[in-house]
Design a protein around this ligand. Structure first.
Ligand code: ATP
Length: 367
């Protein structure tokens, strides 16, 4: 993965948006770097599209500032900003050809025809549609339309491409393929891409960094790995992947360790380095552990640091993986454990007693 340049291309400071008495954005502070793939991720209504539209210049902030490439955007209209937007609906004119669609923005800028033709062909080549300029837009497949929309943004040579759920209209297989293509293209061009999505898997696979938003605020801004491994709160933890939450209490500290009492797993000592900054462990009420960080210890499995005993209550077979529901003693809900299906290993049927292994370093603390 490309290391994002630490130089900000966009600085958001205290960005707020009110629609009447409703506050859609409640003070957004964030820096988006040059050349990074940045995602705004959150459930419907959290304000991500509003934020993207304000960066584009289609909405005005009620308060706060948006600086792009060193220039304050207050009063700068959308067509004068170094940004270009790819809309969810693609907004392609069906009665125009592919080339006319892609060259539309350049035409309004009064660029000479021959130059437009050259720029359009370059942009179409970038998205693997070279030579398709004469095709009627309505003859294109969903994936091709998506690429035309992208070419139309790229032809304007923006510093930042804004993408509003650009893949949501595609079926799963095509969407997976386009995710890879979009990411590769962004890395090749080195332009900043900002993606709005409610699909956590999409954000995780494509982004250098992700801002997870809830109710008009950024709850956490971090790399995909950090978000997944070290979510700052239960809401982020549940939104990104699956997390098992288990009741826990801190029972004391000694020699650089925090003693934890987790009824479902027993007593453990956690290195204090694992305590998130600023957390008061007196208020700790639960721990989180991901399904793949719990292991059913089959015969011959690698031994783990810690072992608990559980009972399988259900299984879900996914071909390469099986998801087990397992009841642990002292825990009222079942935990989910994901296990890779390897050759010669059969699925453990419900009712079986199984040893469950886990490591202290995979534990996340919550309050
Ligand atoms: P979705 O994924 O559903 O598009 P979102 O996170 O992008 O959700 P926004 O479209 O940014 O959410 O909307 C944030 C909140 O602001 C929502 O509650 C929405 O109803 C409200 N909102 C957005 N635009 C307007 C508007 N023009 N007038 C009034 N309320 C609005």
């Amino acid at each position: 993965m490309a290391t994002p340049s630490p130089k900000p291309i966009i600085d958001l400071t205290g960005v707020t948006k009110n629609f009447g008495s409703f506050q859609a954005l409640k003070g957004i502070d964030a820096a988006i770097y040059e050349g990074e793939f940045f995602s705004l991720l959150g459930p419907s209504g959290c304000g991500k599209t509003t934020l993207l539209r304000m960066i584009a210049g289609f909405e005005t902030p009620t308060d706060g500032s948006i600086v792009i490439a060193g220039q304050d955007m207050e009063g700068v209209p959308a067509n004068r900003r170094p940004t270009n937007m790819v809309f969810q609906s693609y907004a392609i004119f069906p009665h125009l050809s592919v080339a006319e669609n892609v060259g539309y923005g350049l035409k309004t800028r009064k660029m000479p025809k021959a130059e437009i033709a050259h720029e359009v062909e370059q942009a179409l080549k970038m998205v693997d549609l070279g030579g398709l300029g004469d095709r009627a837009a309505h003859e294109l497949s969903g994936g091709q339309r998506q690429r035309v929309a992208l070419a139309r943004a790229l032809v304007m040579k923006p510093k930042v491409v804004l993408l509003d759920e650009p893949l949501s209209a595609l079926d799963k297989k095509l969407r997976d393929q386009m995710q890879v293509e979009l990411r590769q293209l962004q890395q090749k061009l080195g332009i900043t891409f900002i993606l709005v999505t409610h699909d956590q898997e999409e954000a995780l696979t494509m982004s250098d960094r992700i801002a997870v938003m809830f109710e008009g605020r950024i709850a956490q801004l971090a790399s995909p790995e950090e978000l997944y491994r070290r979510p700052v709160d239960k809401r982020v933890a549940s939104f990104i992947g699956v997390m098992n939450f288990l009741d826990a209490k801190a029972s004391g500290r000694m020699n650089g360790h925090l003693a934890l009492d987790i009824p479902a797993l027993g007593s453990i000592e956690l290195p204090t380095a694992q305590i998130p900054e600023g957390m008061d462990t007196q208020n700790l009420d639960s721990i989180g552990i991901r399904p793949e960080m719990l292991t059913i210890l089959f015969d011959g499995s690698e031994p783990t640091e810690q072992v608990a005993r559980g009972q399988v209550t259900g299984t879900a077979y996914y071909g390469d993986m099986t998801y087990y529901s397992v009841r642990l003693p002292g825990h009222t809900a079942d935990v989910t454990i994901s296990m890779r299906n390897t050759a010669g290993r059969s699925i453990v049927p419900p009712g079986s007693e199984v040893p469950v292994g886990w490591g202290a370093d995979s534990i996340v603390l919550f309050q």
